[in-house]
Design a protein around this ligand. Structure first.
Ligand SMILES: Nc1ncnc2c1ncn2[C@@H]1O[C@H](COP(=O)(O)OP(=O)(O)OP(=O)(O)O)[C@@H](O)[C@H]1O
Ligand SMILES: [Mg+2]
Length: 344
């Protein structure tokens, strides 16, 4: 096996066998009759300073993964070990002041920042609350911090006296980012952070996110269903399917040597402007199966044209291989044969 091209990277967060199941309740007594396996055994390392893209179809568990890491959803199993300045701790086990500290280090920016800004408060009002909570008591100091944060996201100081409904979508998203930055986080989960914006505003916000990443040494978990956005923004990409990571590699490597049949189908659907680069569209057959009763064996097998008997019974593990010196993980029994064109 060849060595990894980027061997010296600090693991900021180690997610191990993470599961988040939501109970399905029925009847007048609200008996639990099953579980939605939204996140079903995810293991991932997140490196300090990187942008890790999380992609996959709607309902595959991207948001639930992000929320579980931030303790906005309860995990059913697993651990999320985080490298705090004074040592590693499992975020899922934290309580009291230690949990507050973790909440400061990890922030989230949603698709619709409107939902995280109180419409009854000015921007200053929305920002002052977390600042107070984390120890900045004097109004003058709070104002200076808010002005600096607005400047960071290219907005003028006097915007702090305005209300959320007085901004455009792109401005609101920048305010959402500034608010996340207000507590000096290390890692930000961007959940479809630019998906609602039109393309030119999207580009501005993505550029801003990159600039802020360099200035504040931020790590991003960038959740999106938009593969062209993730190609632009991510250093590595994890592809999720029915609560599991099915492929993980550096962005270039994933696009150049796609291994999983599911990822191939997803990537084939990206429109390309350059007419000299032809890409054959691979249609995904059928719908995503229910996460309450995921298929036995490989979760993708009912939709996979390469499916064999083994895929119907044995669940493949996410295993590393190397390609051009980079580690590339995939969970598919036939990845190698497909890559070598032996299973067309
Ligand atoms: N609070 C909840 N209670 C019950 N089921 C939930 C809850 N939140 C999410 N789910 C279910 O978990 C699964 C994963 O949902 P999630 O929102 O994580 O998907 P997603 O990948 O973010 O999708 P999208 O791209 O549409 O945002 C879905 O089947 C969803 O219905
Ligand atoms: Mg989502």
């Amino acid at each position: 096996m060849q060595p990894d091209k980027n061997p010296v990277r600090e693991v900021l967060m180690k997610i191990e066998n993470l599961k988040t199941y939501f109970p399905v309740k029925k009847g007048v007594f609200k008996r639990t009759v099953g579980h939605v396996k939204a996140v079903d055994g995810v293991s991932l390392d997140v490196f300090r300073g990187e942008t890790l893209g999380i992609v996959g179809e709607s309902g595959c568990g991207k948001t639930t993964l992000g929320k579980t890491i931030l303790r906005l959803c309860s995990a059913s199993e697993g651990s999320v070990k985080y490298q705090f300045p004074d040592g590693e701790q499992d975020i899922l086990q934290l309580k009291g002041t230690e949990l507050d500290r973790a909440r400061k280090s990890l922030q989230i920016v949603f698709q619709d920042p409107y939902s995280s800004l109180n419409p009854a408060f000015t921007i200053f009002g929305s920002f002052a609350d977390p600042l107070r909570k984390f120890g900045v008591k004097k109004r003058k100091e709070q104002e200076e911090i808010v002005a600096k944060l607005l400047a960071d996201v290219n907005l003028p100081r006097d915007y702090m006296t305005r209300y959320p409904n007085e901004f455009s979508g792109g401005q609101r998203q920048r305010i959402g980012i500034a608010r996340a930055l207000s507590v000096n986080p290390e890692l930000i989960v961007c959940d479809e952070a630019v998906s609602a914006l039109d393309v030119s505003i999207q580009a501005q916000v993505l550029k801003l996110l990159k600039k802020l990443q360099n200035e504040h040494n931020l790590t991003y978990l960038f959740i999106t269903h938009d593969l062209s956005v993730v190609e632009y923004v991510a250093d590595r990409i994890a592809v999720m399917y029915l609560g599991k990571v099915v492929e993980l590699a550096e962005t270039d490597e994933l696009f150049k040597h796609t291994l999983h049949p599911y990822t191939k189908a997803l990537l084939s659907a990206i429109p390309i402007a350059d007419i000299t680069r032809k890409r054959k569209r691979i249609p995904l057959q059928g719908d995503v199966p229910s996460p309450v009763n995921p298929p036995a064996g490989c979760p993708f097998h009912p939709r996979c044209k390469y499916c064999t008997d083994r895929c119907r019974t044995d669940a493949p593990l996410l295993t590393p291989g190397t390609s051009e010196g980079q580690i590339h993980y995939v969970s598919c029994h036939h990845a190698q044969e497909i890559a070598e064109g032996r299973m067309e």
